[in-house]
Write a protein that binds this ligand. Structure first.
Ligand code: UDP
Length: 310
């Protein structure tokens, strides 16, 4: 049977490049689009010589023109770290809005299945816990995180409109905190920050008192869930993430233990609108996709730490 083709925007980033790898191993052809604003060519090095892999350097906020058959469009391009979207708020808004519109237009033209990479940030600083897909969220549109949260909320609305009006087979994955190899050392998110600081003997920077919570999903679990969703018949949003919840102080202790680091801890001001708690309700993913995360935080951190050491 002829191989199917998957186009992935933002394929040179952390999640995107892991998906490229998994898709190539799964016998797909992969077309990766990236403008390298946060993605990196290094992440693609292992596949650049693979005849089933093609890289197109472009910005998806501009019209996307790709000849040939495409079976799936995965719209992963985004600035996903709070540090990045504070530095590039306008690019963040553009890729979530214009980029999503262009990627949907491409899917429509090619009659491809479309997958939007959305986020737990659509729930904002949630008043419902854990967060179910039916929760509408609690977002400050004009706060510093608004550029990310609102662009993703717009992207979800646009995706549903294309599904309803143009009958495109669309999927929406709401991704919760994910970590693993290939995150940038200076990414700014909590896991790479703490590992980098611990390995360099620098103080671990805890924002606020460290009592806020997150639920951390290992990258392999996440990409497995995304592929299942891509092949499923589901069109409504599905949360993917790990449901085991930790405070930031618990994460500090774990990272210090696993790196055998003597680093100290310094407390910094809590960023504006930083969600106080976050945990996905993954009932729908379990039921619809037969999926649940299997990598415990300690194991995933060990794998990430050894990658950071290299
Ligand atoms: N955080 C922290 N120290 C850091 C980086 C982040 O205490 O060096 C906190 C941050 O305030 C947030 C949590 O860790 O409460 C997760 O932050 P991250 O940037 O990873 O992503 P978020 O879940 O906020 O999008």
């Amino acid at each position: 049977m002829a191989k199917q083709t998957v186009l992935i925007t933002g394929g040179a980033g952390f999640i995107g490049s892991h998906l490229c790898q998994k898709l190539l191993a799964g016998n797909y052809k992969v077309i990766c689009l990236d403008n390298f604003i946060t993605g990196s060519r290094n992440n693609l090095e292992p596949f650049l010589k693979n005849k089933n892999f093609r890289l197109e350097v472009c910005n998806v906020c501009n019209y996307i023109d790709i000849p040939g058959k495409i079976d799936y469009v995965l719209h992963c391009a985004s600035l996903a770290s709070p540090k990045d979207y504070l530095d590039f708020p306008i690019q963040t808004l553009k890729v979530g809005s214009l980029g999503t519109h262009n990627a949907l237009g491409l899917a429509k033209k090619k009659k491809a299945v479309f997958v939007l990479f959305s986020t737990s940030e659509v729930y904002g600083d949630p008043l419902e816990h854990p967060q179910k897909e039916s929760y509408w969220g609690h977002v400050n549109s004009i706060g510093v995180r608004g550029c990310y949260d609102e662009s993703k909320r717009f992207a979800e609305a646009m995706t549903m409109a294309y599904h309803r009006v143009h009958k495109i087979d669309t999927k929406i994955v709401r991704i919760f905190n994910t970590y693993g190899p290939r995150m940038r050392h200076n990414d700014g998110r909590v896991v790479p920050n703490f590992i980098d600081q611990a390995l360099k003997g620098k103080a671990l920077t805890v924002y606020g008192e460290g009592q806020q919570t997150r639920s951390f999903c290992y990258i392999d679990d996440l990409t497995d869930g995304i592929l299942r969703l891509m092949l499923s018949g589901e069109n409504l949003p599905v949360n993917l993430g790990n449901h085991r919840e930790f405070t930031i102080m618990q994460l500090v202790k774990l990272v210090l233990k696993l790196t055998s680091s003597k680093s100290k801890v310094v407390f910094r001001k809590l960023p504006q609108d930083d969600p106080r708690q976050r945990q996905p309700d993954i009932t729908r993913a379990k039921k619809l996709l037969g999926w649940e995360p299997i990598v415990p935080l300690e194991d995933g951190l060990k794998r990430t730490i050894s990658w950071f050491k290299r």
